[in-house]
Design a protein around this ligand. Sequence first.
Ligand SMILES: Nc1nc2c(ncn2[C@@H]2O[C@H](COP(=O)(O)OP(=O)(O)OP(=O)(O)O)[C@@H](O)[C@H]2O)c(=O)[nH]1
Ligand SMILES: [Mg+2]
Length: 456
Amino acid sequence: MHSTDTIVALSTPPGRSGIGVIRLSGKGALDITRSLVRDEDFNPEPNHVTLKKIRDPENDEAIDQSLITYFKAPHSFTGEDVIELSCHGSPVLLRQIVDLILRLDARAADPGEFTLRALANGRMNLSQAEAVRDLINAQTHAAARQAVRQLGGELSSRLQPIKDSLLEIIVRLESSLEFVEDDLPSIETSHISSKISNIADYVMNLAATFRAGRLLREGIKVTLVGRPNVGKSSVFNGLLSSDRAIVTDIPGTTRDSLSELISLEGVPVLLTDTAGIRSSDDKVESLGVERTRRAMADADLVIVVLDSSEPFNAEDNEALDSVADNLHLIAHNKSDLLFFENNNISEIAHGARAIINVSAKTGAGLDALREAILEPFAISDIYDPGVLITNARHFDLLQRTHNELITSNEVLDEGRSEELILVGLHNALRFLGEITGETTTEDILSQIFSTFCIGK
Ligand SMILES: Nc1nc2c(ncn2[C@@H]2O[C@H](COP(=O)(O)OP(=O)(O)OP(=O)(O)O)[C@@H](O)[C@H]2O)c(=O)[nH]1
Ligand SMILES: [Mg+2]
């Protein structure tokens, strides 16, 4: 899987910017750079920046002035020779320079290939490599902080002691297999059994942090629904603190779903405003309602907006019926207006997680609504000082480890042979090793790295 070609990619996002960084990694990085600057004797000092003109090999004309940083193998991100060219951030210019480099015996890097090389050269382990990706993709501070922790190897150092004690148990059982007469005394059996269940508990607790960890990484999808004109778009704008959605007093203003990402206490929340639910002959509006239903099906939480100044009607009931199977709460909007007395909200709102009185107009109740959005997701775990499992692959492996440990312990308690107990323990150790990449097959590796962006 590991190749020795020299690879190149633009490491900054495409588009116009102050600078754009082109990264090269591999044996040929320095020679290629010498050709770019048309100076065979160019010998940059490692970890220092040199200002140089990049020249067109055809006519020797300067294309750009660039800051060149050389990281000498093995002291670089990838463990190979790495050159970073900080050029001016024009897409045309950057494209031209990358093309030049491609003609000089380098090839375009695959997604995540720089990090893959770092892994192959022992510069980091797999969970750290995954943390690089998560850090780049982090949508809030809290998510970035978790990724930085994993980048520092916190998860691997949490796993190391349990791998060590697992190995200790395995060695003990293997040796009693080796010397048949040396049967395990029952006192030792119970000692081993309690050690295994301690490890299983530890693994279970770590796996349990995944709920919070996933929220941090993927965010919560929250969709606003309700009949036309109750103030969905106004509540949406209020939560966003911006006039993102169009608001008018004409029912049916919102035709299409509209989503924006907000951060609530560090948790990314993808908020979606939708077209009011009602049956309509208008083609555009009906299509909009169709999209509303889809957004509802996708949501982790639905907020049903009701107008507290008007009598509930059949359309309100329809909106509530349609969320009966969703986790939902009610925003009782327009609390600044005169309350319509005959509404019996507790009767129609059964099943709602909470009922919050709000006024999108004055902003009253919006903070309570923000709290109510997070409440069902137990976000306090996110502020737990420990490391969180944020990755579905890690979660799955921890669960499998746990299952193997439980099975092994059952077999041990039944007094069956050491061989049978060992099967589960070896599996458990292998699964833990897959988290940090000690025992990961190439298939899994290429699957993981295909989710990286180019230039990383
Ligand atoms: N007094 C008062 N008026 C509000 C409040 N929230 C919204 N409105 C008004 O209600 C009307 C409808 O608001 P929208 O936010 O467009 O309602 P909507 O539910 O998005 O409507 P559709 O997109 O048509 O489904 C507008 O005239 C708003 O100014 C509120 O809290 N108090
Ligand atoms: Mg609207």
